[in-house]
Ligand binder design. Sequence first.
Ligand code: NDP
Length: 293
Amino acid sequence: MRLIEGKKIAADIRAEIKEETERRRAEGKTIPGLVVILVGDDPASHTYVRGKGKACEEIGYVSKIETRPASITQEELLDLVNAYNNDDAYHGILVQMPLPDHIDEKTVIHAIDPRKDVDGFHPINVGNLMIGDDALAPCTPSGIQELLARYEIPTKGKHLVVVGRSNIVGKPTAALMVQKKERANAIVTVAHSAAEDLAAITRTADILVAAIGRAEFVTADMVKEGAVVIDVGMNRVEDASKKRGYRLTGDVDFENVSEKASFITPVPGGVGPMTIAMLMSNTMKACKQICGE
Ligand code: NDP
């Protein structure tokens, strides 16, 4: 078994982007800018946003975190998004989800200029991804693809099963990996809670992507000998021995599945760090496209 060290790959990608940013600065080119809009006080969202801000700082991007109280109206939030749509210093706009109940997430996503939609959630980007055109693709699926590519794990003709059909992980992972392109070209199956015999499906996977949101749900009997296992799950499990009272666990029973897998991602330190790295990469891409490079 080989461990897929997402943390290390993510650090490599961030270093590459930092170098590129420094080169751009030296050449007098536009420096990418990312604004993250954070509404309310969900502690997990605050942690994610801090991580994104830190990555921007370390790379040398122009960055800003716009914090707003949960009481903000939808109209005020849309005005804020629109202000950044028209601000040339920012090439990426990310509205941290979830939003308070009185705000319609879809309306907010639709308001972001698709060229600045570095989360890749706008229907224009989703559509372009699906038809195989150039798109800003969602960060977690891009991170999965990047991990497979950097470990030189073949995907062409391989059966990739993704468990989970969310719009942020499951469906875009399938859309990305099914394309007739380098680093993709897989035979893709999307499984979900309506599966009558999920294990029978997952056991046919050469590459198994677990994006379920249930701690240690994928057990060894669900995995084929030699499969590549990508664990997207980030579940907080109560653990009194930890200072913060919980530990992070993936969707895969790592201890037992790792004995069967040829490659496997750990949690934490697998897919998680890749998400921020790909956000930085999308921001660079958006900047270049907006600048007509
Ligand atoms: P969602 O809750 O949106 O989707 C979960 C999916 O799993 C659904 O499609 C659901 O099916 C399916 N599912 C649930 N139970 C079962 C079951 N018993 N059998 C088969 N399928 C099942 O989650 P997300 O996609 O947003 O996230 C998934 C996990 O990944 C979470 O742990 C999340 O924290 C983590 N995550 C990690 C990221 C990272 O950066 N590493 C980024 C984003 C998410 P159905 O549609 O039928 O309900």
